[in-house]
Design a protein around this ligand. Sequence first.
Ligand SMILES: Nc1ncnc2c1ncn2[C@@H]1O[C@H](COP(=O)(O)OP(=O)(O)OP(=O)(O)O)[C@@H](O)[C@H]1O
Ligand SMILES: [Mg+2]
Length: 266
Amino acid sequence: MSSSTATPLDNPPVLRLLNVESAYGPIKAIRGVSLQVRKGEIATVLGSNGAGKTTILKTISGILDPRKGSVEFKGLDITAKDPAFIVQQGLLHVPEGREVFPLLSVRDNLLMGAYTRRDRDGVARDMEMVYAYFPILKERSHQDAGLLSGGQQQMLAISRALMANPDLILLDEPSLGLSPKLTKEIFEIVVRINRERGTTILLVEQNANMALNASDYGYVLENGRIVMEDTCARLREKEDIKEFYLGLKETGVRGERRWKKKKTWR
Ligand SMILES: Nc1ncnc2c1ncn2[C@@H]1O[C@H](COP(=O)(O)OP(=O)(O)OP(=O)(O)O)[C@@H](O)[C@H]1O
Ligand SMILES: [Mg+2]
């Protein structure tokens, strides 16, 4: 009898990308990306500026139609489907830069996240659930979302996705422009949401340290191609990951840490 406990890594995939290629006019942004996200796991795609992380998420959520390849969610082919249809299947995208509705209250932003739902009691329960994860949103519930800080807007964007009661959340660089302390707080809550609610998460990040600690499985994206994949436990130990993405190499010719080239938003 094996005493090992099951991990999400044993679960079947809920999302599958096969040889996906997406472009902006003549610019090929991703070139044959294949990846899968298992039910109940946090998967991460690491990559520096311009690697194609956001493009992968836009292609999954139907904002951008791929030139080649396919996207499958819960066994359904969602390649190039309408974004609203994809949301209805339970796949929610928290975009880079949050994109909350600045002139709507915090509460109304949350209700927008639940627009496809008919179960009023469930919506009310989930509103209390997100307020429990992020108490500051309850305090600010009647304030315009545009008045929130960057970190609070990130919390609201994640909460708005949760209000749809999703099976899968795509999370685009939640650390963008946030202090290390706030980033840590938000990552802790994302992990709690995953563990407590079983929500599957695909996280794209430049902050490899945070992402590798929070996630089960990781892909490394360079110039639109996946160049490495493994469990995060193993990725954290790989020398080139330590060197290029975690900046842990003590000596060497490459003094620059790529993560420092991070842009900030607003
Ligand atoms: N709307 C666009 N029009 C033209 N080119 C674009 C557009 N959006 C992205 N690109 C290009 O596609 C490539 C991938 O961009 P993408 O935004 O997916 O990268 P990213 O990994 O999310 O980067 P970052 O970490 O800076 O957010 C880059 O070369 C970028 O310049
Ligand atoms: Mg991006």
